[in-house]
Design a protein around this ligand. Structure first.
Ligand SMILES: [Zn+2]
Length: 123
């Protein structure tokens, strides 16, 4: 849905859902994008960068997703998967859940946050 909207706003075109879906599958097969598992009703994709990790934290209240640019805490595990178990091309997707600062503030002040809206992705 968001891709269709962006295509219209930036390119003035209206790709139908099937077109977008076919394109995403193609990009995924070419390993240009990969799916991010966010336990959500819709699928999110992001660009693949070789050697980059995709750890992220999801706010359980508003659904905001923030990607972590820190060194991955599982780098040691990946190294052992390769050295001790012989795996190659090891990748991982690490997902943390918590309450973002804005939602924590709202929660602590007793303001109810309207359930998960459309998730915002911050890169
Ligand atoms: Zn939040």
């Amino acid at each position: 849905m968001e891709i269709q909207l962006q295509a219209f706003e930036n390119g003035g075109v209206h790709p139908d859902y099937a077109t977008v879906f076919r394109m995403i599958l193609l990009l995924e097969r070419l390993q240009i994008v990969h799916k991010v598992n966010l336990k959500r009703s819709c699928s999110y994709y992001e660009l693949s960068y070789p050697g980059k990790d995709y750890d992220h934290v999801v706010c359980v209240d508003c659904g905001k997703v923030q990607f972590l640019n820190w060194p991955s805490p599982v780098a040691e595990t990946e190294r052992r998967l390769a050295e001790e178990l012989g795996f190659t091309e090891v990748q991982h997707s690490l997902e943390f859940f918590g309450r973002c600062p804005e939602c924590s503030e709202a929660f602590n002040s007793g303001v109810s946050v309207p359930g998960p809206a459309e998730p915002q992705v911050q890169l």
